[in-house]
Design a protein around this ligand. Sequence first.
Ligand code: ATP
Ligand code: MG
Length: 598
Amino acid sequence: MSDDKSTPGGADTKPSNFLRQIVERDLAQGTYATRRFGGSPGDAAHHAAGLPDPARIRTRFPPEPNGYLHIGHAKSICLNFGLARDYAGACHLRFDDTNPEKEEQEYVDAILDAVKWLGFDWTSQGTEHLYHASNYFDFMYRAAEALIGADLAYVDEQTAEEMRANRGDFGHPGVDSPFRHRSPAENLARFREMRDGGHPDGSMVLRAKIDMASPNINLRDPAIYRIRRATHHNTGDTWCIYPMYTFAHPIEDALENITHSICTLEFEDQRPFYDWLLDHLCTLGLLAQPRPHQYEFARLNLTYIVTSKRKLRQLVADGHVSGWDDPRLPTIVGLRRRGYTPESLQLLAERSGVSKAGGWLDYSSLEIALRDDLDPKAARACVVLDPLKLKLTNFAEVFGSDDFADACHAPVHPGHPERGQRDFVLTRELWIEREDFLEVPTKGYHRLYPGNKARLKYGHIIECTGCEKDDAGNITAVLATIVPDTKSGTPGADAVKVKGVITWVSATTGLPAEVRLFDRLFTVPQPDAGGTDFLTVINPNSLKVVQAWVEPSLATARPDDKFQFERHGYFVADRHDHQPGRLVFNRTTTLKDTWAAK
Ligand code: ATP
Ligand code: MG
Protein backbone atom coordinates (compact mmCIF):
# COMPACT_ATOMS: atom_id res chain seq x y z
CA MET A 1 0.00 0.00 0.00
CA SER A 2 1.15 3.47 -0.78
CA ASP A 3 0.71 4.85 2.69
CA ASP A 4 1.85 2.07 4.97
CA LYS A 5 3.91 4.70 6.71
CA SER A 6 0.90 5.87 8.64
CA THR A 7 1.16 4.70 12.18
CA PRO A 8 -1.10 5.37 15.09
CA GLY A 9 -1.01 9.07 15.55
CA GLY A 10 0.28 9.50 12.00
CA ALA A 11 -3.31 9.78 10.95
CA ASP A 12 -3.13 13.55 11.10
CA THR A 13 -1.35 13.51 7.72
CA LYS A 14 -4.66 12.43 6.14
CA PRO A 15 -7.41 14.86 5.27
CA SER A 16 -9.79 14.79 8.18
CA ASN A 17 -13.47 13.98 7.92
CA PHE A 18 -16.34 13.69 10.37
CA LEU A 19 -15.71 10.00 11.01
CA ARG A 20 -12.06 10.60 11.85
CA GLN A 21 -13.18 13.35 14.18
CA ILE A 22 -15.60 11.01 15.93
CA VAL A 23 -12.92 8.35 16.32
CA GLU A 24 -10.42 10.90 17.61
CA ARG A 25 -12.97 12.26 20.07
CA ASP A 26 -13.75 8.76 21.35
CA LEU A 27 -10.06 7.98 21.74
CA ALA A 28 -9.43 11.27 23.54
CA GLN A 29 -12.37 10.72 25.87
CA GLY A 30 -11.55 7.06 26.44
CA THR A 31 -15.08 6.09 25.40
CA TYR A 32 -14.00 2.54 24.65
CA ALA A 33 -10.94 2.29 26.87
CA THR A 34 -12.54 -0.07 29.38
CA ARG A 35 -13.58 -2.70 26.87
CA ARG A 36 -12.45 -6.28 27.12
CA PHE A 37 -12.29 -8.70 24.22
CA GLY A 38 -12.85 -12.43 24.60
CA GLY A 39 -10.64 -13.20 21.59
CA SER A 40 -13.64 -14.02 19.43
CA PRO A 41 -17.23 -12.76 19.08
CA GLY A 42 -19.47 -13.40 22.04
CA ASP A 43 -21.88 -12.15 24.66
CA ALA A 44 -21.24 -9.95 27.71
CA ALA A 45 -19.87 -12.81 29.84
CA HIS A 46 -17.51 -13.99 27.09
CA HIS A 47 -15.94 -10.55 26.69
CA ALA A 48 -15.88 -9.85 30.42
CA ALA A 49 -13.66 -12.92 30.83
CA GLY A 50 -11.22 -11.61 28.21
CA LEU A 51 -8.28 -9.23 28.33
CA PRO A 52 -8.47 -5.49 27.74
CA ASP A 53 -9.20 -5.15 24.03
CA PRO A 54 -5.88 -4.83 22.17
CA ALA A 55 -7.65 -2.97 19.36
CA ARG A 56 -8.28 0.68 20.16
CA ILE A 57 -11.24 0.74 17.82
CA ARG A 58 -13.09 -1.95 15.87
CA THR A 59 -14.79 -1.37 12.54
CA ARG A 60 -16.25 -3.90 10.13
CA PHE A 61 -17.02 -4.44 6.47
CA PRO A 62 -20.20 -6.54 6.30
CA PRO A 63 -21.02 -7.60 2.72
CA GLU A 64 -23.94 -9.81 1.91
CA PRO A 65 -22.37 -12.57 -0.25
CA ASN A 66 -24.95 -12.28 -3.01
CA GLY A 67 -22.83 -10.79 -5.80
CA TYR A 68 -19.49 -9.33 -6.74
CA LEU A 69 -18.26 -6.22 -4.99
CA HIS A 70 -18.15 -2.92 -6.86
CA ILE A 71 -16.45 0.45 -6.59
CA GLY A 72 -18.90 1.56 -3.88
CA HIS A 73 -17.87 -1.38 -1.75
CA ALA A 74 -14.24 -0.49 -2.43
CA LYS A 75 -14.93 2.85 -0.84
CA SER A 76 -16.47 1.21 2.22
CA ILE A 77 -13.53 -1.24 2.47
CA CYS A 78 -10.96 1.56 2.24
CA LEU A 79 -12.87 3.56 4.82
CA ASN A 80 -13.35 0.83 7.40
CA PHE A 81 -10.00 -0.93 7.04
CA GLY A 82 -8.31 2.46 6.67
CA LEU A 83 -9.69 3.77 9.97
CA ALA A 84 -8.65 0.60 11.76
CA ARG A 85 -5.15 0.83 10.29
CA ASP A 86 -4.75 4.52 11.09
CA TYR A 87 -5.98 4.32 14.68
CA ALA A 88 -4.37 1.06 15.83
CA GLY A 89 -7.64 -0.79 15.58
CA ALA A 90 -8.97 -3.90 13.89
CA CYS A 91 -11.40 -4.22 11.00
CA HIS A 92 -13.54 -7.33 10.78
CA LEU A 93 -14.63 -8.87 7.52
CA ARG A 94 -18.09 -10.22 8.22
CA PHE A 95 -20.26 -12.11 5.78
CA ASP A 96 -23.75 -10.88 6.46
CA ASP A 97 -25.38 -14.18 5.60
CA THR A 98 -28.50 -14.13 7.76
CA ASN A 99 -30.73 -14.19 4.70
CA PRO A 100 -31.02 -17.87 3.69
CA GLU A 101 -31.39 -17.19 -0.02
CA LYS A 102 -28.99 -16.13 -2.73
CA GLU A 103 -25.67 -16.86 -1.14
CA GLU A 104 -22.97 -18.66 -3.07
CA GLN A 105 -19.41 -19.76 -2.41
CA GLU A 106 -18.33 -18.08 -5.66
CA TYR A 107 -19.30 -14.71 -4.17
CA VAL A 108 -17.66 -15.45 -0.83
CA ASP A 109 -14.37 -16.29 -2.57
CA ALA A 110 -14.58 -13.21 -4.77
CA ILE A 111 -15.13 -10.96 -1.73
CA LEU A 112 -12.11 -12.40 0.10
CA ASP A 113 -10.03 -11.87 -3.04
CA ALA A 114 -11.27 -8.32 -3.53
CA VAL A 115 -10.43 -7.21 0.01
CA LYS A 116 -6.94 -8.74 -0.17
CA TRP A 117 -6.28 -7.31 -3.61
CA LEU A 118 -7.28 -3.85 -2.41
CA GLY A 119 -4.45 -4.19 0.10
CA PHE A 120 -6.28 -4.95 3.32
CA ASP A 121 -6.14 -7.72 5.84
CA TRP A 122 -8.62 -8.94 8.43
CA THR A 123 -5.85 -10.32 10.62
CA SER A 124 -4.89 -7.97 13.41
CA GLN A 125 -2.24 -8.66 16.03
CA GLY A 126 -2.27 -12.32 15.10
CA THR A 127 -6.03 -12.81 15.29
CA GLU A 128 -8.07 -13.47 12.17
CA HIS A 129 -11.28 -11.46 12.20
CA LEU A 130 -13.22 -13.24 9.49
CA TYR A 131 -16.77 -13.88 10.64
CA HIS A 132 -20.14 -15.17 9.48
CA ALA A 133 -23.27 -13.57 10.88
CA SER A 134 -25.08 -16.91 10.61
CA ASN A 135 -22.86 -18.20 13.42
CA TYR A 136 -24.74 -15.85 15.72
CA PHE A 137 -28.21 -17.34 15.17
CA ASP A 138 -28.19 -19.05 18.57
CA PHE A 139 -27.43 -15.80 20.34
CA MET A 140 -29.99 -13.89 18.29
CA TYR A 141 -32.64 -16.39 19.31
CA ARG A 142 -31.61 -16.04 22.95
CA ALA A 143 -31.80 -12.24 22.64
CA ALA A 144 -35.29 -12.51 21.20
CA GLU A 145 -36.44 -14.66 24.12
CA ALA A 146 -34.90 -12.18 26.55
CA LEU A 147 -36.83 -9.31 24.94
CA ILE A 148 -40.03 -11.33 25.19
CA GLY A 149 -39.31 -12.04 28.85
CA ALA A 150 -38.89 -8.30 29.49
CA ASP A 151 -42.18 -7.57 27.71
CA LEU A 152 -40.24 -5.86 24.91
CA ALA A 153 -41.36 -8.17 22.11
CA TYR A 154 -44.51 -10.01 21.12
CA VAL A 155 -45.77 -12.47 18.55
CA ASP A 156 -48.15 -10.84 16.11
CA GLU A 157 -50.62 -12.95 14.18
CA GLN A 158 -52.09 -10.20 12.05
CA THR A 159 -51.89 -10.78 8.32
CA ALA A 160 -49.23 -8.86 6.39
CA GLU A 161 -51.97 -6.58 5.00
CA GLU A 162 -53.37 -5.85 8.46
CA MET A 163 -49.93 -5.06 9.75
CA ARG A 164 -49.24 -2.72 6.87
CA ALA A 165 -52.58 -0.95 7.31
CA ASN A 166 -52.14 -0.63 11.09
CA ARG A 167 -48.64 0.79 10.79
CA GLY A 168 -50.05 4.20 9.76
CA ASP A 169 -47.97 6.61 7.72
CA PHE A 170 -46.15 9.90 8.06
CA GLY A 171 -49.30 11.82 8.88
CA HIS A 172 -51.03 9.15 10.95
CA PRO A 173 -50.00 7.19 14.02
CA GLY A 174 -50.26 3.42 13.86
CA VAL A 175 -52.84 1.27 15.58
CA ASP A 176 -51.91 -1.30 18.22
CA SER A 177 -52.17 -4.91 17.15
CA PRO A 178 -54.84 -6.94 18.99
CA PHE A 179 -51.98 -9.31 19.89
CA ARG A 180 -49.85 -6.56 21.45
CA HIS A 181 -51.01 -7.09 25.02
CA ARG A 182 -50.39 -10.79 25.42
CA SER A 183 -48.37 -11.84 28.44
CA PRO A 184 -44.65 -12.63 28.13
CA ALA A 185 -45.37 -16.27 28.96
CA GLU A 186 -47.91 -16.55 26.18
CA ASN A 187 -45.55 -14.82 23.72
CA LEU A 188 -42.70 -17.11 24.71
CA ALA A 189 -44.83 -20.19 24.09
CA ARG A 190 -45.89 -18.90 20.67
CA PHE A 191 -42.33 -17.93 19.71
CA ARG A 192 -41.09 -21.42 20.61
CA GLU A 193 -43.86 -22.89 18.46
CA MET A 194 -42.63 -20.70 15.63
CA ARG A 195 -39.09 -22.01 16.13
CA ASP A 196 -40.29 -25.61 16.34
CA GLY A 197 -42.08 -25.47 13.03
CA GLY A 198 -45.58 -25.33 14.45
CA HIS A 199 -46.79 -22.55 12.16
CA PRO A 200 -46.68 -21.96 8.42
CA ASP A 201 -44.44 -19.38 6.73
CA GLY A 202 -45.86 -15.89 7.01
CA SER A 203 -48.50 -16.75 9.58
CA MET A 204 -46.94 -14.74 12.40
CA VAL A 205 -43.88 -12.65 13.23
CA LEU A 206 -42.07 -11.55 16.35
CA ARG A 207 -42.16 -7.78 16.76
CA ALA A 208 -40.32 -5.42 19.06
CA LYS A 209 -42.73 -3.63 21.39
CA ILE A 210 -41.83 0.04 21.11
CA ASP A 211 -44.34 2.71 20.08
CA MET A 212 -47.02 2.48 17.38
CA ALA A 213 -47.32 6.28 17.44
CA SER A 214 -43.63 7.05 16.96
CA PRO A 215 -42.94 9.71 14.32
CA ASN A 216 -40.19 7.34 13.10
CA ILE A 217 -42.09 4.56 11.37
CA ASN A 218 -39.12 2.22 11.93
CA LEU A 219 -39.94 2.35 15.64
CA ARG A 220 -43.58 1.28 15.20
CA ASP A 221 -43.00 -2.20 16.50
CA PRO A 222 -40.64 -3.45 13.77
CA ALA A 223 -40.65 -7.16 12.92
CA ILE A 224 -37.55 -8.90 14.26
CA TYR A 225 -38.14 -12.59 13.41
CA ARG A 226 -40.07 -14.25 10.61
CA ILE A 227 -40.92 -17.83 9.72
CA ARG A 228 -39.13 -18.94 6.58
CA ARG A 229 -38.61 -22.56 5.63
CA ALA A 230 -35.41 -22.30 3.65
CA THR A 231 -32.16 -24.24 3.76
CA HIS A 232 -29.32 -22.00 4.87
CA HIS A 233 -25.86 -22.57 3.34
CA ASN A 234 -24.26 -22.64 6.80
CA THR A 235 -26.93 -23.83 9.23
CA GLY A 236 -28.86 -26.07 6.85
CA ASP A 237 -32.38 -26.81 8.11
CA THR A 238 -31.65 -26.09 11.79
CA TRP A 239 -33.86 -23.01 11.65
CA CYS A 240 -37.22 -22.26 10.15
CA ILE A 241 -37.25 -18.78 11.66
CA TYR A 242 -34.76 -16.12 10.64
CA PRO A 243 -33.96 -12.72 12.18
CA MET A 244 -34.71 -9.57 10.20
CA TYR A 245 -31.68 -7.58 9.06
CA THR A 246 -32.47 -4.62 11.33
CA PHE A 247 -32.44 -6.94 14.35
CA ALA A 248 -29.45 -9.01 13.29
CA HIS A 249 -27.08 -6.26 12.30
CA PRO A 250 -26.75 -4.37 15.62
CA ILE A 251 -26.33 -7.68 17.44
CA GLU A 252 -23.59 -8.80 15.05
CA ASP A 253 -21.75 -5.54 15.73
CA ALA A 254 -22.11 -5.90 19.49
CA LEU A 255 -21.02 -9.55 19.64
CA GLU A 256 -17.88 -8.59 17.73
CA ASN A 257 -17.09 -5.66 20.02
CA ILE A 258 -17.36 -3.21 17.13
CA THR A 259 -16.97 0.38 18.27
CA HIS A 260 -17.81 2.35 15.13
CA SER A 261 -20.38 0.77 12.84
CA ILE A 262 -20.25 2.73 9.60
CA CYS A 263 -22.98 2.42 7.01
CA THR A 264 -24.56 4.38 4.19
CA LEU A 265 -27.23 7.04 4.66
CA GLU A 266 -30.21 4.79 3.88
CA PHE A 267 -29.78 3.38 7.39
CA GLU A 268 -30.02 6.71 9.19
CA ASP A 269 -33.70 6.12 10.07
CA GLN A 270 -32.78 2.73 11.51
CA ARG A 271 -30.33 4.18 14.01
CA PRO A 272 -32.96 4.78 16.75
CA PHE A 273 -33.87 1.09 16.59
CA TYR A 274 -30.17 0.12 16.59
CA ASP A 275 -29.80 2.12 19.81
CA TRP A 276 -33.06 0.86 21.35
CA LEU A 277 -32.15 -2.76 20.75
CA LEU A 278 -28.55 -2.63 21.98
CA ASP A 279 -29.41 -0.53 25.02
CA HIS A 280 -32.02 -3.06 26.12
CA LEU A 281 -29.79 -6.07 25.45
CA CYS A 282 -27.01 -4.41 27.45
CA THR A 283 -29.41 -3.65 30.31
CA LEU A 284 -30.58 -7.25 30.23
CA GLY A 285 -26.95 -8.25 30.67
CA LEU A 286 -26.62 -10.06 27.37
CA LEU A 287 -24.25 -7.73 25.55
CA ALA A 288 -21.01 -6.11 26.62
CA GLN A 289 -20.73 -2.40 27.28
CA PRO A 290 -19.77 0.12 26.03
CA ARG A 291 -21.75 -0.88 23.00
CA PRO A 292 -21.20 0.02 19.31
CA HIS A 293 -22.61 3.13 17.68
CA GLN A 294 -23.78 3.55 14.13
CA TYR A 295 -22.62 6.39 11.86
CA GLU A 296 -23.83 7.07 8.34
CA PHE A 297 -22.11 8.58 5.31
CA ALA A 298 -23.21 9.24 1.73
CA ARG A 299 -22.69 6.40 -0.72
CA LEU A 300 -20.27 6.77 -3.58
CA ASN A 301 -22.01 7.35 -6.89
CA LEU A 302 -19.96 7.60 -10.08
CA THR A 303 -21.36 8.84 -13.37
CA TYR A 304 -21.77 6.48 -16.35
CA ILE A 305 -21.91 3.34 -14.23
CA VAL A 306 -24.43 1.50 -12.07
CA THR A 307 -23.49 0.29 -8.59
CA SER A 308 -26.12 -2.11 -7.47
CA LYS A 309 -25.39 -5.80 -7.29
CA ARG A 310 -28.84 -6.53 -8.69
CA LYS A 311 -28.31 -4.37 -11.78
CA LEU A 312 -24.79 -5.64 -12.31
CA ARG A 313 -26.11 -9.19 -12.11
CA GLN A 314 -28.66 -8.38 -14.77
CA LEU A 315 -26.00 -6.96 -17.12
CA VAL A 316 -24.04 -10.18 -16.71
CA ALA A 317 -27.00 -12.57 -16.88
CA ASP A 318 -28.46 -10.92 -19.99
CA GLY A 319 -25.13 -11.00 -21.80
CA HIS A 320 -24.67 -7.23 -22.13
CA VAL A 321 -21.12 -7.81 -20.89
CA SER A 322 -18.87 -10.86 -20.97
CA GLY A 323 -18.99 -11.62 -17.23
CA TRP A 324 -18.56 -10.15 -13.76
CA ASP A 325 -15.00 -9.23 -14.69
CA ASP A 326 -15.82 -7.51 -17.95
CA PRO A 327 -13.45 -4.52 -18.03
CA ARG A 328 -16.39 -2.16 -18.62
CA LEU A 329 -18.04 -3.05 -15.30
CA PRO A 330 -17.35 -1.16 -12.06
CA THR A 331 -16.98 -4.45 -10.19
CA ILE A 332 -13.66 -4.80 -8.43
CA VAL A 333 -12.77 -7.75 -10.67
CA GLY A 334 -13.78 -5.71 -13.72
CA LEU A 335 -11.76 -2.68 -12.66
CA ARG A 336 -8.79 -4.94 -11.95
CA ARG A 337 -8.99 -6.54 -15.38
CA ARG A 338 -9.34 -3.10 -16.92
CA GLY A 339 -5.99 -2.17 -15.37
CA TYR A 340 -7.01 -0.17 -12.31
CA THR A 341 -4.59 -0.59 -9.43
CA PRO A 342 -5.44 -1.01 -5.73
CA GLU A 343 -3.61 2.26 -5.12
CA SER A 344 -5.76 4.11 -7.64
CA LEU A 345 -8.95 2.88 -5.98
CA GLN A 346 -7.60 3.82 -2.56
CA LEU A 347 -6.79 7.24 -3.94
CA LEU A 348 -10.33 7.64 -5.27
CA ALA A 349 -11.79 6.54 -1.95
CA GLU A 350 -9.61 9.06 -0.14
CA ARG A 351 -10.31 11.92 -2.53
CA SER A 352 -14.06 11.36 -2.67
CA GLY A 353 -14.11 12.16 1.03
CA VAL A 354 -16.64 11.18 3.65
CA SER A 355 -19.70 13.31 3.98
CA LYS A 356 -23.36 13.33 4.84
CA ALA A 357 -24.31 14.90 1.52
CA GLY A 358 -24.86 12.53 -1.37
CA GLY A 359 -23.87 13.43 -4.89
CA TRP A 360 -22.35 12.17 -8.07
CA LEU A 361 -18.66 12.02 -8.70
CA ASP A 362 -17.57 12.32 -12.29
CA TYR A 363 -16.24 9.09 -13.79
CA SER A 364 -13.11 11.01 -14.79
CA SER A 365 -12.08 11.13 -11.09
CA LEU A 366 -11.33 7.43 -11.38
CA GLU A 367 -9.23 7.99 -14.49
CA ILE A 368 -7.37 10.85 -12.83
CA ALA A 369 -6.60 8.66 -9.82
CA LEU A 370 -5.20 5.97 -12.10
CA ARG A 371 -2.99 8.39 -14.02
CA ASP A 372 -1.69 9.87 -10.79
CA ASP A 373 -0.79 6.40 -9.59
CA LEU A 374 0.68 5.03 -12.82
CA ASP A 375 2.44 8.03 -14.33
CA PRO A 376 5.42 7.73 -11.98
CA LYS A 377 5.47 3.92 -12.22
CA ALA A 378 4.37 2.49 -15.55
CA ALA A 379 6.98 1.43 -18.10
CA ARG A 380 6.64 3.17 -21.44
CA ALA A 381 6.25 1.48 -24.81
CA CYS A 382 5.47 2.44 -28.39
CA VAL A 383 2.53 0.92 -30.21
CA VAL A 384 0.55 1.69 -33.33
CA LEU A 385 -3.19 1.17 -32.92
CA ASP A 386 -4.39 2.07 -36.42
CA PRO A 387 -1.50 0.92 -38.61
CA LEU A 388 -0.46 2.37 -41.95
CA LYS A 389 2.80 1.37 -43.68
CA LEU A 390 5.58 3.95 -43.97
CA LYS A 391 8.37 3.22 -46.50
CA LEU A 392 11.71 4.99 -46.14
CA THR A 393 12.76 5.08 -49.78
CA ASN A 394 16.38 6.25 -49.28
CA PHE A 395 17.06 3.73 -46.50
CA ALA A 396 19.83 1.86 -48.40
CA GLU A 397 21.55 5.11 -49.35
CA VAL A 398 21.67 6.24 -45.72
CA PHE A 399 22.46 2.90 -44.03
CA GLY A 400 24.17 0.95 -46.83
CA SER A 401 21.47 -1.74 -47.16
CA ASP A 402 17.71 -2.08 -47.14
CA ASP A 403 18.13 -4.89 -44.60
CA PHE A 404 19.98 -2.75 -42.06
CA ALA A 405 18.49 -2.29 -38.62
CA ASP A 406 19.44 0.99 -36.92
CA ALA A 407 19.53 0.65 -33.14
CA CYS A 408 17.32 3.13 -31.28
CA HIS A 409 16.81 3.59 -27.55
CA ALA A 410 14.16 5.04 -25.32
CA PRO A 411 13.95 5.20 -21.55
CA VAL A 412 11.84 2.59 -19.77
CA HIS A 413 10.60 5.56 -17.73
CA PRO A 414 11.63 9.16 -18.43
CA GLY A 415 11.69 10.00 -14.71
CA HIS A 416 13.75 6.94 -13.72
CA PRO A 417 16.96 6.63 -15.75
CA GLU A 418 18.03 3.82 -13.40
CA ARG A 419 15.32 1.62 -14.90
CA GLY A 420 17.35 1.49 -18.12
CA GLN A 421 16.46 1.60 -21.76
CA ARG A 422 14.19 -0.09 -24.22
CA ASP A 423 16.03 -1.18 -27.35
CA PHE A 424 14.38 -1.38 -30.72
CA VAL A 425 15.39 -0.81 -34.31
CA LEU A 426 14.54 1.46 -37.19
CA THR A 427 13.99 -0.51 -40.40
CA ARG A 428 13.08 0.39 -43.96
CA GLU A 429 9.40 -0.24 -43.39
CA LEU A 430 7.55 0.97 -40.35
CA TRP A 431 4.01 1.11 -39.01
CA ILE A 432 2.66 4.56 -38.20
CA GLU A 433 -0.80 5.76 -37.14
CA ARG A 434 -3.13 6.30 -40.08
CA GLU A 435 -3.99 9.75 -38.75
CA ASP A 436 -0.35 10.81 -39.01
CA PHE A 437 -0.56 11.25 -42.76
CA LEU A 438 -2.76 13.60 -44.77
CA GLU A 439 -2.50 14.09 -48.52
CA VAL A 440 -3.74 17.62 -48.04
CA PRO A 441 -2.89 19.07 -44.63
CA THR A 442 -5.44 20.88 -42.55
CA LYS A 443 -4.53 24.15 -40.86
CA GLY A 444 -2.03 23.61 -38.05
CA TYR A 445 -1.26 19.99 -39.05
CA HIS A 446 2.45 19.28 -38.58
CA ARG A 447 2.70 15.58 -39.15
CA LEU A 448 3.28 13.87 -42.53
CA TYR A 449 2.07 15.36 -45.79
CA PRO A 450 3.95 15.68 -49.07
CA GLY A 451 6.85 18.10 -48.66
CA ASN A 452 6.71 18.26 -44.84
CA LYS A 453 9.32 17.08 -42.38
CA ALA A 454 8.62 15.46 -39.03
CA ARG A 455 10.63 13.47 -36.47
CA LEU A 456 10.34 9.73 -35.97
CA LYS A 457 10.33 9.63 -32.19
CA TYR A 458 13.75 8.40 -30.89
CA GLY A 459 14.94 8.27 -34.54
CA HIS A 460 15.66 10.48 -37.53
CA ILE A 461 13.80 13.32 -39.10
CA ILE A 462 12.06 12.27 -42.30
CA GLU A 463 10.55 14.15 -45.20
CA CYS A 464 7.29 12.93 -46.66
CA THR A 465 7.36 12.48 -50.45
CA GLY A 466 3.92 11.04 -51.18
CA CYS A 467 1.88 7.86 -50.81
CA GLU A 468 0.79 4.65 -52.55
CA LYS A 469 -2.83 3.75 -53.21
CA ASP A 470 -4.77 0.67 -54.23
CA ASP A 471 -7.13 0.55 -57.21
CA ALA A 472 -9.98 1.85 -55.08
CA GLY A 473 -7.96 4.91 -54.13
CA ASN A 474 -7.28 3.86 -50.53
CA ILE A 475 -3.93 4.90 -49.17
CA THR A 476 -1.83 1.75 -48.63
CA ALA A 477 1.56 3.25 -47.73
CA VAL A 478 3.22 6.56 -47.01
CA LEU A 479 6.56 7.34 -48.67
CA ALA A 480 9.32 9.36 -47.05
CA THR A 481 13.06 9.90 -47.10
CA ILE A 482 15.41 10.02 -44.13
CA VAL A 483 17.19 13.32 -43.52
CA PRO A 484 20.75 12.09 -42.78
CA ASP A 485 22.54 12.99 -39.54
CA THR A 486 19.42 14.09 -37.65
CA LYS A 487 19.03 11.13 -35.32
CA SER A 488 17.65 11.90 -31.90
CA GLY A 489 20.41 12.08 -29.31
CA THR A 490 23.20 12.85 -31.83
CA PRO A 491 24.90 16.24 -32.33
CA GLY A 492 22.96 16.82 -35.58
CA ALA A 493 19.57 16.24 -33.99
CA ASP A 494 18.70 19.91 -33.71
CA ALA A 495 20.12 20.99 -37.07
CA VAL A 496 16.70 20.73 -38.68
CA LYS A 497 13.67 22.13 -36.89
CA VAL A 498 10.35 20.26 -37.12
CA LYS A 499 7.06 20.64 -35.30
CA GLY A 500 5.64 17.14 -35.67
CA VAL A 501 6.73 13.95 -33.89
CA ILE A 502 5.57 10.57 -35.14
CA THR A 503 5.39 7.38 -33.05
CA TRP A 504 6.17 4.20 -34.94
CA VAL A 505 6.91 0.49 -34.72
CA SER A 506 9.25 -1.42 -37.05
CA ALA A 507 7.32 -3.51 -39.56
CA THR A 508 10.14 -6.08 -39.42
CA THR A 509 10.50 -6.55 -35.66
CA GLY A 510 7.20 -5.20 -34.32
CA LEU A 511 4.79 -7.71 -32.81
CA PRO A 512 1.09 -8.06 -33.54
CA ALA A 513 -1.24 -7.50 -30.61
CA GLU A 514 -4.95 -7.39 -29.97
CA VAL A 515 -5.88 -4.16 -28.22
CA ARG A 516 -9.27 -3.61 -26.61
CA LEU A 517 -10.46 -0.03 -26.44
CA PHE A 518 -13.34 0.69 -24.10
CA ASP A 519 -15.84 3.48 -23.95
CA ARG A 520 -18.44 4.14 -21.25
CA LEU A 521 -20.99 1.37 -20.87
CA PHE A 522 -23.87 3.84 -20.75
CA THR A 523 -24.74 6.81 -22.90
CA VAL A 524 -26.03 9.03 -20.08
CA PRO A 525 -24.29 10.15 -16.87
CA GLN A 526 -26.91 8.76 -14.49
CA PRO A 527 -28.12 5.54 -16.13
CA ASP A 528 -30.46 4.53 -13.31
CA ALA A 529 -31.59 7.90 -12.00
CA GLY A 530 -35.14 9.21 -12.03
CA GLY A 531 -36.85 6.05 -13.22
CA THR A 532 -34.59 5.55 -16.26
CA ASP A 533 -34.38 1.90 -17.28
CA PHE A 534 -30.61 1.48 -17.36
CA LEU A 535 -30.90 -1.28 -19.97
CA THR A 536 -32.26 1.22 -22.51
CA VAL A 537 -29.22 3.49 -22.28
CA ILE A 538 -26.47 0.94 -22.86
CA ASN A 539 -23.79 2.25 -25.23
CA PRO A 540 -23.72 -0.17 -28.19
CA ASN A 541 -20.16 0.90 -29.03
CA SER A 542 -18.48 0.46 -25.67
CA LEU A 543 -15.94 -2.08 -26.95
CA LYS A 544 -13.70 -1.72 -29.98
CA VAL A 545 -11.06 -4.33 -30.74
CA VAL A 546 -8.13 -3.34 -32.94
CA GLN A 547 -5.18 -5.26 -34.38
CA ALA A 548 -2.16 -3.23 -33.39
CA TRP A 549 1.63 -3.43 -33.79
CA VAL A 550 3.72 -3.09 -30.68
CA GLU A 551 7.42 -2.69 -29.93
CA PRO A 552 9.37 -5.91 -29.30
CA SER A 553 9.98 -5.16 -25.59
CA LEU A 554 6.34 -6.09 -24.98
CA ALA A 555 7.03 -9.73 -25.87
CA THR A 556 7.90 -10.32 -22.23
CA ALA A 557 4.84 -8.56 -20.79
CA ARG A 558 3.04 -10.74 -18.27
CA PRO A 559 -0.68 -10.71 -17.53
CA ASP A 560 -1.59 -7.71 -15.34
CA ASP A 561 1.58 -5.78 -16.32
CA LYS A 562 0.74 -2.13 -16.82
CA PHE A 563 2.23 0.28 -19.35
CA GLN A 564 1.95 3.74 -20.66
CA PHE A 565 1.74 3.37 -24.43
CA GLU A 566 3.26 6.63 -25.57
CA ARG A 567 0.64 9.06 -26.80
CA HIS A 568 -2.22 6.56 -26.31
CA GLY A 569 -2.72 6.13 -22.58
CA TYR A 570 -2.44 3.44 -19.92
CA PHE A 571 -2.83 -0.19 -20.87
CA VAL A 572 -2.69 -3.53 -19.10
CA ALA A 573 -1.90 -7.01 -20.41
CA ASP A 574 -5.24 -8.82 -20.12
CA ARG A 575 -5.22 -11.16 -17.13
CA HIS A 576 -7.22 -13.84 -18.94
CA ASP A 577 -6.31 -13.77 -22.59
CA HIS A 578 -2.76 -12.41 -22.78
CA GLN A 579 -0.06 -15.06 -23.13
CA PRO A 580 3.34 -15.54 -24.76
CA GLY A 581 2.74 -15.46 -28.50
CA ARG A 582 -0.72 -13.91 -28.14
CA LEU A 583 -0.48 -10.38 -26.86
CA VAL A 584 -3.72 -8.84 -25.63
CA PHE A 585 -3.90 -5.41 -24.03
CA ASN A 586 -6.79 -3.47 -22.50
CA ARG A 587 -6.82 0.29 -22.52
CA THR A 588 -7.45 1.43 -18.97
CA THR A 589 -7.67 5.10 -19.82
CA THR A 590 -6.32 7.63 -22.29
CA LEU A 591 -3.70 10.21 -21.39
CA LYS A 592 -4.86 13.45 -19.84
CA ASP A 593 -3.64 15.62 -22.67
CA THR A 594 -4.78 14.80 -26.11
CA TRP A 595 -1.86 14.03 -28.40
CA ALA A 596 0.15 17.21 -28.54
CA ALA A 597 1.61 16.91 -32.02
CA LYS A 598 -0.36 18.68 -34.71
P1 ATP B 1 -25.93 -3.38 -3.37
O1 ATP B 1 -27.08 -2.45 -3.39
O2 ATP B 1 -24.97 -3.17 -4.49
O3 ATP B 1 -26.31 -4.80 -3.16
P2 ATP B 1 -25.44 -3.26 -0.62
O4 ATP B 1 -25.24 -2.05 0.18
O5 ATP B 1 -26.73 -3.96 -0.49
O6 ATP B 1 -25.10 -2.92 -2.12
P3 ATP B 1 -23.82 -4.98 0.94
O7 ATP B 1 -23.12 -6.22 0.54
O8 ATP B 1 -24.94 -5.10 1.88
O9 ATP B 1 -24.30 -4.32 -0.41
O10 ATP B 1 -22.79 -3.85 1.39
C1 ATP B 1 -21.65 -4.03 2.16
C2 ATP B 1 -21.18 -2.68 2.61
O11 ATP B 1 -20.82 -1.86 1.51
C3 ATP B 1 -22.27 -1.94 3.36
O12 ATP B 1 -21.73 -1.46 4.57
C4 ATP B 1 -22.66 -0.82 2.44
O13 ATP B 1 -23.05 0.30 3.15
C5 ATP B 1 -21.38 -0.58 1.64
N1 ATP B 1 -21.67 -0.01 0.32
C6 ATP B 1 -22.40 -0.57 -0.67
N2 ATP B 1 -22.50 0.26 -1.71
C7 ATP B 1 -21.81 1.39 -1.40
C8 ATP B 1 -21.53 2.64 -2.08
N3 ATP B 1 -21.99 2.90 -3.31
N4 ATP B 1 -20.78 3.56 -1.42
C9 ATP B 1 -20.29 3.31 -0.21
N5 ATP B 1 -20.52 2.17 0.49
C10 ATP B 1 -21.27 1.21 -0.09
MG1 MG C 1 -27.69 -5.37 0.36
